[in-house]
Design a protein around this ligand. Structure first.
Ligand code: CAA
Length: 287
């Protein structure tokens, strides 16, 4: 039987988490948005407001619907409160395995047994994460893309112990969110991160080698390949720290072709993380 969904708990109010909370609320679900810090929650809610304002300005959403969507999202710092009566839990915390395992142990202690448990990890093992809960058959990867309200794909990752029923529930959820699902096996980097970081890392190496300027490398892929953004602009959007973490993981798990470029490490050490820090391969005006 397909899961009946009333409430979704989203854990982590960062770039991905607040976007996921928004699309779930827009699809008509009640949403609990949890982060460890009040400040992060306030930032996440402000970002949802800004994104909804854009939709209202474009005439894609009316003011009453904007108010309904915002009212459907309840921010909280308490994980147990967020997941207690949730039908779906989506974890979107930073990409550190030990944090994910701890979070899934906490989810397991408070979420109802029927709940579908999703992780938005972009490269870590869904099978390993699922090992933190008593029933790993209910755990799937639900990999969203940034900016979540705009991007049409969700990559569903099937862990070794993910059940057919959980996969069906995940497909139904993704479709209800207005997005297109693809299903991939639990292999490091899945389909999207593996291809995405390969192009991004090569672009950074080309910049290091002086092949062309950042602008020209980006223009090459925008005009020559019709990518909506160049690989360096996209790295700024995703976050240099996020891409470095994915590359380090794929380097360990898949092989030499994913060795992170030295320039990327240096920029992360210097705090140049992309749009969120105000500077990456480009400089951004403070918003
Ligand atoms: N909320 C709501 N709407 C938004 C939005 C947001 N946060 N951001 C953009 N939009 C809307 C705009 O309002 C606009 O709507 P209309 O078409 O109705 O006018 C539309 O999206 C396009 O935006 P813009 O006109 O401002 O700018 P653009 O045409 O340059 O598009 C972009 C911006 C959507 C980001 C586009 O450049 C793009 O698709 N870039 C590639 C993004 C990408 O590859 N993301 C994946 C990153 S990898 C990842 O996320 C996974 C991972 O694991 C790290």
């Amino acid at each position: 039987m397909t899961l009946s969904i009333r409430k979704v708990a989203v854990l982590g109010a960062g770039t991905m988490g607040h976007g996921i909370a928004q699309v779930c609320a827009q699809a008509g679900y009640e949403v609990a948005l949890r982060d460890v810090a009040e400040g992060a929650l306030a930032k996440g809610i402000a970002a949802v407001q800004k994104s909804l304002d854009r939709l209202v300005e474009k005439g894609k959403l009316d003011a009453a619907e904007r108010a309904r969507v915002l009212a459907a999202i309840t921010p909280t710092t308490q994980l147990a409160d967020a997941v207690r009566d949730a039908d779906v839990v989506i974890e979107a915390i930073p990409e550190r395995m030990e944090w994910k395992l701890e979070t899934f142990r906490e989810i397991d202690a408070s979420a109802p047994p029927h709940a579908l448990l999703g992780t938005n990890t972009s490269s870590l093992s869904v099978t390993e994460i699922a090992g933190a809960v008593r029933d790993p058959s209910r755990v799937v990867g639900l990999h969203f893309f940034n900016p979540v309200p705009v991007m049409e794909l969700v990559e569903i990752v099937r862990g070794i112990r993910t059940s057919e029923a959980a996969l069906d529930d995940a497909r139904a959820l993704v479709t209800k969110l207005g997005k297109k699902p693809i299903v991939v096996r639990d292999f490091p980097g899945f389909a999207t991160s593996r291809l995405g970081v390969a192009i991004g890392a090569e672009a950074i190496r080309m910049l290091e080698q002086g092949v062309a300027s950042a602008e020209d490398i980006d223009t090459a892929m925008k005009l020559g390949y019709r990518h909506p953004m160049g690989p360096l602009e996209l790295t700024d959007l995703v976050g240099l720290d996020v891409r470095l973490a994915i590359l380090e993981h794929l380097h360990r798990e898949v092989g030499e072709q994913f060795r992170p470029p030295a320039l990327l490490r240096q920029m992360v050490r210097a705090g140049k993380l992309g749009r969120k820090s105000g500077e990456g391969f480009y400089v951004y005006a403070k918003s």
